[in-house]
Design a protein around this ligand. Structure first.
Ligand code: ATP
Ligand code: MG
Length: 208
């Protein structure tokens, strides 16, 4: 019997590689909003990007699968990976909305900094119609410091944008790639299977 999913979290990202910051944010959102499931959505590889700049989608997908395997509430979607060309969040949300139907509420989880840039994303109003947004913030984040025009835009959707506080925000994929390149340890920054995968496939040695 398939479980009815009323509230679906979506954690979008490049996940190059996935790390504990992503996992902590997703788990925090799941708990705080009572999400039935969180789907990790690795981005496709933009056609114009140098393959040395972004690791192949299959590697990023595999690492995301390995990182989420032990959490029964987590899943990974190939929706963006299997689509050609540039993938926009609004299109991914449309596809997921169609897949899950009207009775499933979508919650897009992202870093708070990214939420403040939503206005520059493709079809920002449609985005907020399709999904509620959960922004993971670092301690000390205050909406008061958000620029006025942005605050006014957010005020148009009072029930659609939420902020949660999560630990582990200092971790970033950029830092992990730099550490691997420099031969530094990434232990305790990513799940062990991800660490092993990076080593076995010799990722991030040449690129940053
Ligand atoms: P990069 O350094 O390459 O930009 P990243 O660490 O920001 O990588 P992304 O794959 O770009 O990782 O991020 C996916 C999503 O996770 C984004 O919404 C981002 O804001 C959020 N995120 C990234 N790092 C953290 C973290 N440490 N804690 C909470 N959310 C995070
Ligand atoms: Mg980022």
């Amino acid at each position: 019997m398939t479980q009815v999913i009323r509230k679906l979290g979506i954690m979008g990202g490049t996940f190059d590689p996935v790390h504990y910051g992503h996992l902590v944010a997703a788990e925090g959102a799941r708990r705080e909003f009572g999400l039935d499931r969180v789907i990790f959505l690795p981005s496709g590889t933009p056609p114009h990007k140098d393959p040395r700049e972004v690791t192949s989608a299959e590697h990023r997908y595999m690492m995301t699968v390995l990182a989420t395997l032990s959490n029964p509430y987590f899943d990974v979607s190939r929706v963006d990976i299997d689509r050609e060309g540039v993938t926009y969040t609004v299109d991914s949300l449309r596809i997921l909305h169609e897949q899950y139907g009207d009775s499933t509420e979508l919650y897009f989880i992202t870093g708070a900094d990214a939420i403040l840039e939503i206005v520059s994303w493709k079809q920002p109003d449609k985005l907020l119609e399709l999904a509620q947004f959960i922004g993971a913030t670092r301690p000390g984040f205050s909406l008061d410091r958000v620029p006025k025009p942005m605050q006014e835009w957010l005020n148009k959707y009072p029930q659609r944008v939420h902020f949660i506080r999560v630990p582990a925000l200092a971790i970033s994929s950029t830092d992990i790639r730099e550490r691997v390149k420099a031969g530094d340890s990434i232990r305790y920054l990513v799940p062990e299977p991800v660490e092993h995968y990076i080593r076995r496939h010799n990722l991030y040695r040449q690129s940053i």
